[in-house]
Design a protein around this ligand. Structure first.
Ligand code: INI
Length: 161
């Protein structure tokens, strides 16, 4: 009989963030959207039991700065997870692929190097309408990021125990 560390059905996950310390790095570029993402993340963390005092928020210029800042937080050893929030809109930049691609690659590298979950809460969209829809419209990438952080901290603890 296989031993399951986590439910296959996300709805059955009993997420508990009590006592978890979370750093949130938020890109200022497209701050109409990133403020909405941050609101979703903060509400999500609170609803999962993460204390307000255990959440640290830092703003950076844009998505390109997220990986280095997330890694700096992870390297302190003072956090259980880092959430990186940003918004890159294709129509508004000729270097969409560089900013979005390097951000994603940098975050992946930082989490593999540090062993700490770093959540990719970065919207990469074609236009502003899509970004609005995914930041508290039809979907809420901010709240989703809070859930991913708490889930991954719990799973990694179970694996490493
Ligand atoms: N940063 C973003 O977060 N989103 C964008 O859409 C964006 N555009 O359009 O260029 C963007 N650029 C800034 C970039 O993240 C860096 O802050 C800048 O290049 C300085 O390193």
């Amino acid at each position: 009989m296989a031993k399951n560390l986590r439910a296959a059905d996300a709805a059955q996950l009993d997420l508990d963030g009590t006592g978890m310390r979370v750093a949130v790095v938020c890109g200022r570029f497209n701050d109409l959207i990133t403020n909405r993402l941050l609101a979703g993340t903060e509400a999500g963390l609170q609803s999962l039991g993460v204390a307000d005092d255990d959440v640290t928020v830092a703003w950076v210029p844009g998505a390109f700065e997220l990986p280095m800042t997330a890694k700096a937080f992870a390297d302190t050893g003072r956090f259980d997870a880092v959430i990186a929030l940003g918004c890159v809109i294709r129509g508004e930049t000729a270097h969409f692929d560089y900013v979005a691609g390097e951000c994603a690659a940098g975050i992946m590298r930082a989490q593999l190097e540090t062993g700490l979950p770093i959540v990719f809460g970065v919207l990469t969209t074609e236009n502003l309408d899509q970004a609005l829809a995914r930041s508290g419209g039809d979907e809420d990438k901010g709240r989703e990021s809070a859930e991913v952080a708490v889930e991954m901290v719990g799973l990694l603890r179970a694996i490493r125990a």
